[in-house]
Design a protein around this ligand. Structure first.
Ligand code: 13P
Length: 251
């Protein structure tokens, strides 16, 4: 069965006290969200642990925003999958466009990270998406197809059960310029076909594919009504509990 999910990527926002307040506010109202809709928050590393504690006994799950591409050792500044697991993470986001763009995240590195995350028992939210130049050049389908294949074709059908894909067109992130429901849907359908081509119809049908990029309470309903859009990966609007929950209540 395909899961519906609304996940909040807090990026490099909130201090520890702000983060705790936000996690508590989300947790307090999580029960209002329909049973079939999963909620995930991804605070910065420094407050994963204390935010995670506020989620105990609620339906809200905890995610990191990234993980190291090595299991342990002399990698100054990095955070391993075992460390994430030990502070209560169930998920990690990987391959966000900001990491690809500013921190040199390559598909090869992402394969290593996904392997480590799955090996540690973490679910993965893998981000893909074209930038503005690629969209304007009409290459968006090819770019997203190539990103999806380059990482996910290294995994098994069994492993795919622990992976969620987030389509985030770079030109829509933090710009207020949302992809139209039709623009998002055609890419989501393309991603599902890419999954089907390698793993078969059942895996493709069960795959949760989220949309991210200026998603907010006012446009979530239209996006989520599309048949291949199974929820959202939310940036700015995840920093206000009411907006985040408003999106989750749009199903
Ligand atoms: P915005 O919702 O702020 O556009 O960010 C989307 C995003 O990058 C989530 O990962």
């Amino acid at each position: 069965m395909r899961k519906k999910i609304v996940a909040g990527n807090w990026k490099m926002n909130t201090t520890r006290p702000d983060g705790i307040e936000l996690a508590e506010a989300v947790a307090a109202r999580a029960a209002e969200v329909p049973e079939g809709v999963g909620l995930i928050i991804a605070p910065p590393f420094t407050h994963l642990c204390c935010c995670g504690k506020r989620l105990k006994g609620t339906k809200v799950e905890l995610s990191a925003q990234n993980c190291a591409d090595h299991a342990k050792g002399a990698y100054t500044g990095e955070v391993s999958v075992d460390m994430l697991k030990a502070v209560g993470c169930q998920w990690t986001i990987l391959g966000h466009s900001e990491r690809r763009q500013y921190y040199g995240e390559t598909d090869e590195k992402l394969v290593e990270k996904v392997k480590l995350a799955l090996g540690a028992g973490l679910g993965v939210i893998l981000c893909v998406g074209e930038n503005l130049d690629e969209r304007e050049a009409g290459k968006h389908f090819d770019v997203v197809k190539a990103q999806t294949e380059a990482v996910l074709y290294n995994f098994s059908a069994e492993e795919m059960k622990h992976i969620v894909i987030a389509y985030e067109p770079v030109w829509a992130i933090g710009t207020g310029k949302t992809a139209t429901a039709a623009q998002a849907e055609e890419i989501h359908a393309c991603i599902r076909n890419v999954i089907e081509a390698k793993f078969g119809a059942k895996v493709a049908d069960d795959m949760t594919i989220l949309y991210g990029g200026s998603c907010k309470p006012s446009n979530a309903k239209e996006l989520f009504a599309e048949k291949d859009i199974d929820g959202g990966l939310i940036g700015g609007a995840a920093l206000k509990a009411d907006d985040f929950l408003g999106i989750a209540l749009s199903f």
